[in-house]
Ligand binder design. Structure first.
Ligand code: FAD
Length: 314
């Protein structure tokens, strides 16, 4: 059996790894240029040197048995570490959040720059298409992307699955990235819930990071929604002002500033954990099927991989 997985975020990667453990090959199709989805790192250029920001998830938890085992294995390999500044059970990838995502992708067949635009069922098989280009034929298909993007693909084939996706609301988040010439003294490395700021993380204080004062400031969802259509420059200006207000200080002008709008940052979640229609061999996984956090996205992909492997399979 060959499985096609649409989306190489942590859920899609976890599903593919669980299938591989069971000896089932899969191909992941990812629309962007890298793996990891919202476990993301922005590489930027500030005055001629490269700087990194984890502008998606700032950290992740590891509480469930399987994921704790994986996080500890990443820690032994030097690609994840605990970051107590963000919480007693907070972890980060090292030297970037994408490092463990790249490790999860090792040994998998991942096709980057491959947006899937259509899923066609012919007989008992699935054909995937990208803007009219045929990507291949598969025995099973897995949709591993945010609910709002999954719903249209699911709706043509399994209305109950589409309905589950349509019942989820994903909240947006504006993430602003700032680099400063000098350290902002007297601040904790991680701030949470001050005014419209959901979190602010001193990126340079995370384990394994290059020096240089860098912050990611994430707005809460109501602020993000109110400013959803603003341009990035206006958002960096506004969030810098909010950051100054939250920290009660006048901030120096940043040497680098940019902002990323995440339209589907974190979903409301539900208790399904996974969706699998064994008759037509179509499945879905992702944080929206569980809780809007990386660990639960991994769990969703992992249990879907196990359900597919449990068969019956051709
Ligand atoms: C700003 C922000 C802050 C966060 N903070 C935290 C936090 O502190 N702790 C925590 O645990 N979690 C946090 N999260 C949530 C966490 O990042 C997610 O729960 C998790 O990464 C979801 O993984 P996923 O695989 O389900 O989805 P995604 O990571 O979204 O992966 C889906 C993938 O599908 C791809 N894709 C979409 N459409 C197509 C298509 N048509 N064809 C091909 N590929 C496609 C996307 O490019 C993406 O790579 C945060 C997220 C954001 C955005």
């Amino acid at each position: 059996m060959r499985v096609a997985i649409v989306g190489a975020g942590i859920a899609g990667l976890a599903c593919a790894q669980r299938l591989l453990d069971a000896g089932i090959p899969s191909t992941l199709f990812e629309k962007s240029r890298g793996v990891g989805g919202r476990m993301a790192t922005r590489r930027a250029d500030a005055k001629g040197y490269a700087i990194d920001f984890d502008h998606g998830a700032s950290n992740f938890t590891a509480r469930s048995e399987g994921f704790v085992r994986l996080a500890r294995a990443w820690e032994r390999s030097g690609i994840a570490a605990r970051w107590p500044a963000a919480g007693a059970d907070a972890w980060v990838g090292t030297p970037t959040m994408t490092a463990p995502m790249k490790a999860l992708a090792e040994g998998l067949d991942v096709r980057l720059d491959s947006p899937v635009t259509a899923l066609i069922r012919t007989g008992r098989r699935w054909t995937l298409q990208s803007e009219g280009r045929r990507l291949g034929r598969f025995d099973a298909a897995v949709i591993a992307m945010p609910a709002e993007q999954a719903a249209p693909l699911l709706s043509l084939h399994d209305f109950e699955m589409a309905r589950a996706a349509m019942s989820v609301r994903s909240y947006p988040c504006w993430s602003a990235m700032f680099a400063f010439d000098a350290r902002l003294e007297g601040l904790p490395d991680f701030l949470r819930g001050i005014g419209p700021i959901a979190t602010a993380s001193r990126e340079s204080a995370k384990p394994g990071r290059a020096p240089g004062e860098r912050w990611v400031v994430r707005a809460d969802w109501s602020w993000s929604e109110a400013h959803l259509t603003d341009d990035g420059t206006r958002v960096t200006d506004l969030l810098l002002a909010e950051f100054a207000k939250a920290t009660g200080r006048t901030l120096p002008a940043p040497v680098y500033a940019d902002a990323q709008r995440w339209r589907f940052a974190q979903p409301s979640g539900q208790e399904n954990r996974l969706l699998w229609n064994g008759t037509i061999r179509l499945g879905a996984c992702g944080d929206w099927l569980h809780h809007g956090f990386a660990e639960y996205a991994w769990l969703s992909g992992h249990v879907l991989g196990a359900a597919i492997a449990a068969g019956p399979n051709p």
